[in-house]
Ligand binder design. Structure first.
Ligand SMILES: Cc1cc2nc3c(=O)[nH]c(=O)nc-3n(C[C@H](O)[C@H](O)[C@H](O)COP(=O)(O)OP(=O)(O)OC[C@H]3O[C@@H](n4cnc5c(N)ncnc54)[C@H](O)[C@@H]3O)c2cc1C
Length: 259
């Protein structure tokens, strides 16, 4: 809304952020995207190329792009002893952006705060939600407010504390949301490693080691945490992916998997 200093100009995926991944995947040949095949191990083959293991298959690849938060990759994927100790230490200690937050969405029959001239945005220190925004759809339908809370604040009294805070900020109409969705990202096994609450050095984002192919070449990092600009954001993930693909396309080894 005019005069709202918290929400800087930005774009929203009206159908949801997964629309981006789905649209990219739609252009790929069938069977290329395998969502139920988590990678469990990556190693360099003596004959050349990299071996990628999943619970149900073993693949050989000239290049592998790891588009997984580095700390999560180290927790879930066995790189054996081939990864340099410096890179392994860096990856294990790089934070996962938003990996320690819970996102709360409160849905209402109408965006009542707009009628009161309120933007639906706030920075708060008087409840579990620290940063709040208007999350309504086009034309205010559906009407919703969302906020981020530290994941560790989620407990038995969490919902009550959230609605009390929303009421303090936006008035009595906020006291009874139609629904309250709580998504704790720190507990998602494919987003955050078990160590996520101990990873705090955000200066490791975009570290130069992430720009060097690993495992003697062929292993490229493309997670948003490895980007030099906009690390943590979708824009950072896209930039890191462009860097990784450019590096992969200039790899010299040809068809090592035929050997
Ligand atoms: C609550 C929240 C709000 C956010 N809000 C914004 C925002 O407003 N704007 C913005 O720009 N960004 C936002 N972000 C950040 C944005 O989601 C990330 O920057 C982006 O998703 C990073 O993309 P990525 O490809 O690096 O990694 P991810 O999106 O994390 O993708 C990694 C993928 O790897 C998969 N995976 C994990 N382990 C394995 C394995 N072993 N084998 C195979 N696959 C594996 C995962 O399932 C996942 O699909 C937000 C994040 C959160 C959690």
């Amino acid at each position: 809304m005019p005069g709202n200093l918290i929400d800087t100009p930005a774009h929203r995926f009206a159908p949801g952020a997964d629309a981006l991944a789905r649209a990219l995947a739609a252009d790929l040949p069938a069977d290329v995207v395998r969502p139920d095949a988590p990678v469990t191990a990556i190693s360099r083959r003596t004959a050349g190329g990299l071996e990628v293991r999943t619970p149900s298959s073993v693949l050989c690849a000239e290049d592998v792009v790891v588009a997984v938060p580095p700390a999560l990759a180290l927790a879930r994927i066995d790189f054996g002893s081939q990864m340099s100790p410096g890179l392994a230490r860096l990856a294990r200690t790089t934070p996962v952006w938003m990996g320690t937050v819970a996102k709360v969405v409160a849905r209402y029959p109408a965006p009542f705060w707009r009628d009161a001239g309120l933007a639906g945005a706030a920075v708060s220190r008087t409840g579990p939600l620290r940063e709040l925004h208007d999350m309504s759809g086009p034309g205010g339908r559906p009407a919703a407010l969302f906020g981020f809370a530290p994941a560790q604040a989620v407990g038995p009294d969490f919902e009550q504390a959230v609605t009390a805070q929303l009421t303090r900020l936006f008035g009595p109409a906020a006291a009874q949301p139609e629904t309250l969705h709580i998504q704790n990202w720190s507990g998602e096994p494919w987003t955050a490693p078990p160590t996520v609450h101990h990873l705090t050095d955000y200066f490791l984002f975009g570290h130069p080691l992430y720009r060097q192919p690993a495992l003697e070449g062929g292993l490229h990092w493309a997670a948003t945490e490895t980007a030099t600009q906009y690390a943590g954001h979708i824009e950072g993930a896209l930039a890191a992916a462009e860097r990784a693909v450019t590096a992969a396309l200039t790899t010299k080894e040809t068809n090592p998997c035929s050997r």
